[in-house]
Design a protein around this ligand. Structure first.
Ligand SMILES: *Cc1c(COP(=O)(O)O)cnc(C)c1O
Length: 459
């Protein structure tokens, strides 16, 4: 690697001079300078300042098997030597996407047996949107093309992904969303449940916002509902148990397709291959990416249900859509090896039986009583800690995001990579974390909370 010939200062300077980063205020970044992470091993990443940081975010929700897996590097190397690239257009295929599709059909929920590949979650959601609209057109109902999503949803950052998503700041910069996409309330009980409303009641009310939107638009115009089983980038918003069964019932009643975005929850994070299985949801499509390769290669797979796939095959006609790198042989080789590692090491069972329950419990026991902590919630290896000024009234510090930003900065300085979404701290660690790693993370968060409380004195 030639980067060793450059000093940290030189790399930082070149980064500032030439590199525009995703989701970044470049004025801030250039003032602060970037953190340059140059290697990683197991659950830790190492930056060029010499810090060892426990990675509580698994990269960006993706490095499920942890860092430093030689097997994945070897799978890529062997495939690159044999066949670095060939396309799957024009009645061609290559072996690894075929074998991966077969494997995905085996582990997917019943009734999802076909796969459409891309290189990112955003691309896969673009495919999903086109596909559900194409499906209704094939059925002779092209006017059934509206998609209902939720505020706070994250479905990627392309124009289709942003339009499907419910991030107000992103929409503000969109200057024209994809038409016929509407948003309803998210199942975020901590902020949206009314006084005296039980979790169950709130879950039903949030789900019925979908029904109201369907009725308002007219069921004959609604193609699909899209949702993340647990909202990730929107702040690990975990729905009450009553929510998804009611969504499912409403979709069936009005013949609205159910599109599940499992880009974060797929491949073990919730203690099952897919959250659809851990939560009993029966979707028509499942968007997956991130942990499909544990982030070692860019790859997405849209899992397509039999209803849509059968229409594509039986009605025929070309579906005018695809990417140069759909079914990339190297990315698919890495995905196959990654799924083999997840299975061989029993990582899903570990999350389901041991670390998943323990993460929520440990965070609650060790942090729940802290002055700044309004709520702790977890589902599998996804967790959130709400930061508040007043626990009883759930009042936040002013301005929004300042308090959690401080907690995050102290956590990182104390060796734990965490993210803050407004005033919600979130965790999404690799599936290789043990109870001991969770304890280490809890200690570092506790310390960060104490330091943030000191900073906030008088705020
Ligand atoms: C990350 C993410 C996406 C977008 O994936 P990219 O690979 O960044 O395009 C879509 N949906 C969800 C739920 C995500 O978390």
């Amino acid at each position: 690697m030639t980067y060793q010939n450059y000093s940290l200062a030189q790399l930082r300077q070149a980064d500032a001079a030439h590199h525009l980063h995703p989701f970044t205020d470049h004025k801030d970044l250039r003032a602060a300078g970037s953190r340059i992470v140059s290697r990683a091993d197991g659950p830790f990443v190492y930056d060029m300042d010499g810090n060892e940081i426990l990675d509580g975010m698994a990269g960006l929700w993706c490095v499920n098997v942890g860092y430093g897996r030689d097997e994945l590097a070897e799978a890529a190397f062997e495939q690159m030597r044999e066949l670095p690239y060939y396309n799957s257009f024009f009645r061609c295929s290559t072996p690894t996407p075929v074998l991966l599709a077969k494997k995905l059909a085996e582990i997917a929920p019943d009734g999802l047996n076909q796969v459409f590949y891309g290189s990112s979650g955003s691309e896969a959601n673009d495919t999903a949107l086109r596909l559900v609209r194409h499906y209704w057109a094939l059925e002779g109902r092209p006017e059934k093309n509206r998609v209902i999503s939720r505020d706070w949803a994250y479905h990627g950052s392309t124009i289709a992904g942003t339009s499907l998503g419910g991030m107000a700041a992103m929409h503000h910069q969109l200057h024209g969303a994809v038409p016929n996409i509407v948003h309803v309330m998210p199942p975020y009980a901590y902020e949206l449940a009314e006084a005296g409303e039980s979790d169950e009641q709130f879950g039903l009310r949030a789900a019925r916002a979908l029904e109201e939107a369907i009725l308002e638009a007219g069921p004959d115009t609604v193609a699909a509902f899209i949702g993340e089983p647990v909202m990730g980038a929107g702040g690990v918003k975990i729905p009450p148990a009553s929510y998804w069964p009611e969504i499912q019932r409403i979709c069936r009643k009005y013949d609205v397709l159910l599109m599940l975005d499992e880009v974060i929850t797929g491949y073990g994070r919730t203690g099952a291959w897919f959250a659809a299985q851990s939560m009993g949801i029966e979707p028509d499509t499942i968007t997956t990416a991130k942990a499909l390769t544990s982030g070692y290669q860019p790859l997405s797979a849209l899992l397509v249900g039999d209803r849509i796939a059968t229409a594509l095959v039986e009605k025929g006609g070309e579906f005018f859509h695809g990417y140069t790198y759909s079914g990339h042989p190297v990315a698919c080789a890495v995905a196959l090896k990654n799924l083999e590692i997840i299975e061989r090491e029993g990582l899903i069972e570990r999350v389901r039986d041991e670390t998943g329950p323990y993460l929520g419990q440990a965070l609650r026991e060790k942090l729940g009583d802290h002055d700044l902590v309004g709520e702790v919630r977890g589902f599998g290896l996804l967790a959130a800690v709400e930061i508040v000024k007043d626990k009883k009234t759930k009042t936040r510090f002013d301005p929004v995001g300042r308090a959690a930003g401080l907690v995050r900065d102290h956590a990182i300085a104390n060796g734990l990579m965490m993210r803050a979404v407004n005033d919600t701290m979130i965790l999404s660690p690799p599936l290789i974390w043990t109870k001991e790693t969770i304890d280490m993370a809890c200690e570092r968060i506790a310390k960060a909370l104490d330091l943030a409380r000191r900073d906030l004195q008088g705020a």
